[in-house]
Design a protein around this ligand. Structure first.
Ligand code: ADP
Ligand code: ZN
Ligand code: ZN
Length: 745
């Protein structure tokens, strides 16, 4: 129905964002005529057949809809906005930039518990005096002085809880009498009485004396004061980045400002949190995925009330409301875990920079291996670049050796040279770290007779062989199957495993170095938190052992007794089809290597490869990460790839590949027309089946957009998304956008 001036309702309506894939806001009437509700407040509304928690975005004095089509808001859940104004506008920016429905963005940014209708703060029962008590009634209390005194006390405080009343010296019987005589009544009060944390002293006696590079970096950050600026600290592992963070934090904490520290996956690194809690005698909240919903809500509430000083959290902690935010830190800013890959797809690092700008506070990004995006931002002076090239605290830089395995017969993936070195380090009483980026026993189960390979029926992917417990597992959808004894195709005995994962290396190393413990740390062995803690403790004791593991080991751990780090196979990253493959390979190699020689003992790194003359590897090992990064940036520039161009991936998912491709073809017609009409410089690639065509039973296709200018892309996307949003989808089809995708899967 076209909107005309005469039609529609005239009167107060609220524009409400509902968590739904629909990219529009909905009009609702106030629950009571002309009831005023603050912008940003959570409300409960009837939406289709469901009652959902939604967010008030705006109010208006008329609606395009007729009165009979407008529903009233079912309930106003809080008496104030859930997000402070600046955070609310950041979330609106997110919805715009990532082209994700605002209702879903707001919902994703709220703690899980608040996506239901429970109140922002817990309620408690309080007593209030009846407003109409006249003098003669009061006189009736003249012979009950305690009751009279309590009534006075309650009136003075406007309300009082049972605890407060008892604390003031009144018994339960006195309040009961007052209630019976109808002098006081019960009411609910928000338990929002959390106090602001007390500012720390500006000098912390356990601060270390900074070395000259650290001092330079610290001074630059201090000179900037408390306004927005983004600093990139490019500092080798162990160079004392964390010491700088803590000293900058000290400044802000002493002025009563809150510090938000984003870290990758801290559920696995209690050490990170311990370091901060040892240094700072102030309330710290930790937000990560291992918390229960109640723990998360509690931490979030305290942060929002300003009663915690430091918030340490993973990706989604970037959306924590902080009334007195003073500083944001993103440690290991290159880390992939900062990118949300499903649903509302965002980069917490990029959002953090935007939040710093919005709230006008400084932000520090730190890494030993900064992302090419951040290095380019430093090159173009958008970020202030600070370097720490030496290890702090006297630790010596590790020596790196490349072992070419192209002409060697390997024993379970190990060359003789590497085995010899492992033996050497263990024998003199040191610890060894063996890195392999593949869990399970072997990545492939194959039949030597007919060539059959075990594949997942729901994904286009091989199934991995696991030894503990014996099974076939798909690492993409998680499905597990029994390990067959005979080949399911030719029914012969000829099944064999190809390649090696952590479990196979574990078997091999246990046999080869039988007098030393082998500790395997991967996603399978660390499902239980207590088990992980006990493994980490065993390593901390420092007795010689082999620590064997995947990516998990690269994250922030501090293992002082490790002197040898072995990277069993560096080749997958060198020849990855992903344009970021070499960047990721280099980051992994440097981060793993950084675990060696962190204490007084010097370290050694051994990298096995069949391509020892690969340019990227040579630059990385003979020069350093920065040199390689600069070379890779040149390549990206020549190929016009990020950070010199922006990519956006449109993904479709359906029950057949045809369906998904067809949908994208229809959408591509829209984009071609828009691009032609606006004559904008945007390239499209596809639609093509996704590199992983089938995942968890769904067929996936994608269409890629590339523009050299972000504004051009944004203008295009705004119109494009609006138009494709009108396309009616059959029930099983879904589409989503990934703005600045990290992986092309
Ligand atoms: P990063 O965060 O860069 O990996 P850390 O801050 O963890 O580095 O520092 C590595 C080690 O060096 C730690 O044990 C730390 O206590 C020590 N350290 C850092 N700065 C100094 C300093 N100025 N003087 C002495 N030791 C330091
Ligand atoms: Zn067979
Ligand atoms: Zn699968």
């Amino acid at each position: 129905m076209p909107a005309s001036i005469s039609s529609g309702y005239r009167g107060l309506v609220y524009k409400v964002a509902v968590p739904s894939p629909l990219r529009r806001v909905f009009d609702y009437l106030p629950p009571e005529p002309n009831q005023s509700i603050a912008i940003g407040t959570r409300v409960q509304v009837q939406f289709g057949r469901r009652k959902v928690v939604a967010y008030v975005l705006d109010k208006a004095s008329n609606s395009e809809l007729e009165l009979h089509k407008l529903k009233p808001i079912y309930a106003v859940l809080d008496s104030e906005a859930i997000f402070p104004t600046k955070l609310f506008s950041l979330l609106q920016w997110c919805a715009k930039y990532y082209h994700h429905p605002l209702g879903e963005v707001l919902s994703a940014a709220s703690p899980g518990k608040l996506r239901s209708s429970i109140p922002l703060y817990p309620q408690e029962i309080v007593y209030r005096a009846y407003s109409k008590i006249d003098r003669s009634e009061l006189n009736s209390l003249s012979r009950a002085p305690r009751q009279r005194a309590l009534l006075k006390f309650i009136k003075k405080n406007s309300s009082a809880s049972r605890d407060e009343i008892e604390l003031a010296g009144f018994s339960a019987a006195i309040i009961k009498s007052l209630e019976e005589k109808k002098f006081v009544e019960r009411a609910e009060r928000n338990l929002n009485s959390l106090e602001l944390f007390s500012p720390l002293n500006s000098v912390n006696p356990s601060s270390l004396e900074l070395n000259s590079q650290q001092q330079q970096a610290f001074d630059a950050i201090k000179l900037n004061g408390d306004k927005f600026n983004c600093f990139l600290i490019d500092g080798v592992t162990g160079s004392g980045k964390t010491e700088i963070y803590m000293q900058v934090m000290q400044q802000h904490l002493s002025e009563g400002r809150q510090c938000l520290v984003l870290v990758p996956e801290i559920g696995l690194t209690p050490q990170t949190v311990n370091r901060f809690s040892k240094r700072f005698d102030c309330p710290i909240a930790v937000l990560h995925s291992n918390l229960t919903d109640n723990e998360r809500l509690d931490a979030w509430r305290r942060a929002r009330a300003g009663s915690v000083a430091i918030i340490i959290g993973t990706r989604s902690a970037i959306f924590t409301p902080l009334p007195n935010l003073g500083l944001i830190i993103v440690d290991e800013e290159h880390d992939g875990s900062f990118k949300q890959q499903d649903g509302f797809k965002y980069s917490a690092r990029d959002v953090a920079v935007m939040r710093g700008r919005e709230e006008n506070v400084p932000i520090i990004l730190g890494s030993a291996t900064p992302s090419l995006e951040s290095l380019q931002n430093a090159e173009s002076k958008k970020f202030s670049y600070l370097t720490l090239s030496e290890r702090a605290g006297g630790a010596i830089k590790s020596k790196t050796t490349i072992v070419d395995t192209s002409n060697e017969i390997l024993d379970s993936g190990f060359s003789e040279k590497l085995l010899f070195k492992i033996d050497q380090h263990l024998t003199v009483g040191n610890q060894v770290l063996v890195f392999i980026n593949r869990r399970g026993f072997a990545p492939i189960l194959s039949c030597t007779n007919c060539g059959w390979i075990a594949e997942c029926e729901d994904c286009v992917s091989q199934m991995s062989v696991h030894a503990k417990p014996p099974s076939l597992r798909c690492h993409h959808c998680g499905i597990a199957k029994q390990l067959p004894i005979l080949c399911p195709t030719c029914h012969e005995e000829g099944l064999t495993t190809i390649g090696a994962g952590t479990q196979r290396l574990e078997n091999f190393l246990e046999q080869r170095f039988s007098t030393f413990p082998v500790i395997r740390i991967d996603r399978d062995s660390t499902r239980s938190k207590s088990k992980l803690t006990s493994m980490l403790n065993q390593i901390q004791i420092g007795k010689p052992c082999i620590l064997l593991g995947t990516q998990i080991l690269t994250k922030g751990h501090h293992f002082p007794a490790i002197t040898l780090v072995a990277i069993v196979d560096a080749d997958a990253g060198l020849f990855s089809p992903d344009f970021r493959g070499q960047e990721f390979m280099a980051q992994t190699v440097v981060q793993v290597s950084g675990r060696a020689g962190r204490a007084k003992k010097s370290g050694e790194v051994v990298i096995q490869t069949r391509h020892s003359t690969h340019k990227a590897l040579i630059q990385l090992t003979q020069k350093n990460y920065k040199e390689l990064a600069m070379y890779l940036l040149e390549e990206r520039k020549a190929a016009s790839m990020p950070p010199f161009a922006q990519l956006v991936l449109l993904k479709a998912e359906g029950n057949t590949l045809n369906e998904s491709i067809n949908l994208l073809q229809r959408m591509n017609k829209v984009s071609i027309k828009l691009i032609r009409e606006s004559n904008s410089n945007i390239r499209t690639v596809g639609p093509v089946p996704a590199p992983m065509e089938k995942k968890a039973g769904r067929y996936r296709a994608q269409l890629l957009f590339k523009a050299e200018n972000k504004n051009t892309m944004q203008q295009f996307l705004t119109q494009f998304v609006y138009q494709i949003d009108q396309i009616k989808l059959s029930r099983n089809l879904r589409w989503s956008l990934d703005v600045d995708p990290r992986e092309m899967i």
